[in-house]
Design a protein around this ligand. Structure first.
Ligand code: SAM
Length: 375
């Protein structure tokens, strides 16, 4: 039998990778994923990748670490290794990795500025950090390896960004925790869900255990983290239809409602900005603090005209302000979707569709929360 997935499985077997009741397969719209080939029970060890197959700081060739020096990030080193590797050691694994064009379709770092500018705040903040990190890594790599093309390095850098796991050897402990990374071939084919299988390192290597029962043919997931859709969009280039960790940033609609004095008061108390509407909990505690300040200002003016019980008005006032802010957010979302539709010559259709999809979700979240408050 032939085919890239079978070649990968053969290569994995030679490396000592053990797949137990699961296999990689193509999942429409998600590249490759991993599905159960039989009924799985909670606790079943479904995948083991031995330590020598894991690619991390200790496996980066010396000529790369030496040229790039001790200041280079592990992310940057792994990307340089991928981009410069001309050996056949990992050919079957590499054959299944997403192409540059796959990233172009959905990863904001590769989008034109006009679309990047329309990202929701949380996603844009992550994008700005990515730009800076990539710029720093690329500056060092392009100096050390002037023949490497920027596009090729960015492709490798995004591969590392979207498919590494946390990993630490003693030599890696001096690096920041979020740079203690490893590529784990075959385990990196497992897609994300808001909860999923258990991953762990042992003396055997990297293991994945079923978190619950799975039926034959069902896709097996892991959780990359408790991430909102803005985070998933900026880091991984996708959003989920249902995501219990989803959250929408309210800063752009709440901050303009506050007076300079109110902002100062919030800043002094450590409560300025970072306002979220969460899928599970509604407005976060920080948001409530800011809304209460807005409501108090209203209560004071009504109280001076002799109306109602102060505490009751304070509580109601908070919800009234939240409704106003949510209505603003829904309006911003609708307007942004119109702007995206007008940009039909900018970027790729897939990029615009993904961006509009996210703003559509934000509008739905704002309208839904408003309805709940009104009822
Ligand atoms: C670690 S890889 C998982 C394997 C990947 N699907 C592949 O074809 O190689 C992470 C990437 O898979 C895709 N992905 C993971 N989970 C997904 C999901 N729930 N929905 C859509 N795409 C997902 C995204 O492109 C993400 O950047």
């Amino acid at each position: 039998m032939k085919g890239p997935i079978l070649d990968l499985l053969r290569w994995g077997k030679e490396q000592g990778v053990k797949l137990n009741g699961v296999k990689p397969t193509r999942i429409p719209g998600q590249g490759i994923g991993v599905v159960a080939t039989r009924r799985l029970k909670p606790g079943d060890e479904i995948l083991t990748v031995p330590i020598p197959t894991i690619r991390s700081l200790p496996t980066v060739p010396e000529y790369i670490t030496r040229q790039l020096g001790p200041e280079m990030t592990i992310h940057g080193l792994l990307a340089a290794d991928l981009a410069l590797d001309e050996t056949d050691n990992h050919t079957p694994w590499r054959a299944l990795l997403p192409a540059r064009t796959d990233f172009e379709a959905c990863t904001p770092l590769m989008w034109p500025d006009a679309l990047q500018d329309l990202l929701p705040k949380t996603a844009k903040d992550i994008l700005l950090k990515h730009r800076e990190k990539f710029h720093t890594d690329w500056a060092a790599v392009s100096r050390a390896f002037p023949r490497l093309a920027r596009d090729e390095y960015m492709h490798a850098w995004l591969l590392v960004n979207t498919r590494t796991f946390s990993y630490a050897t003693p030599a890696m402990e001096k690096y920041p925790w979020d740079d203690q990374l490893a590529l784990v071939p075959i385990a990196d084919l497992i897609n994300h869900a808001d909860s999923g299988c258990v991953v762990a390192y042992s003396s055997q290597g990297f293991t994945v255990m079923a978190d619950r029962e799975y039926h034959k043919g069902e896709e097996v997931h892991i959780s990359y983290g408790d991430y909102s859709n803005d985070f998933l969009l900026a880091e991984y280039g996708f959003v989920m239809a249902r995501n219990r960790w989803d959250a929408v940033c309210l800063d752009d609609v709440l901050l303009p409602r506050l007076s300079a004095r109110q902002k100062k008061e919030l800043e002094d108390g450590g409560f300025l900005g970072g306002y979220l509407l969460t899928a599970e909990g509604g407005a976060c505690a920080r948001t409530r603090v800011a809304l209460r300040l807005l409501a108090r200002a209203g209560t004071r003016s009504r109280k001076s005209s002799g109306a109602g019980d102060e505490e009751d008005m304070d509580w109601k006032g908070t919800d009234i302000w939240l409704i106003r802010v949510l209505e603003d957010l829904a309006e911003v979302a609708r307007k942004t979707m119109v702007t995206i539709a007008d940009l039909e010559q900018v970027g790729l259709a897939s990029q615009r569709e993904l961006l509009a999809l996210r703003w559509g979700q934000i509008e739905v979240a704002a309208v839904h929360a408003t309805k709940q408050l009104n009822s």
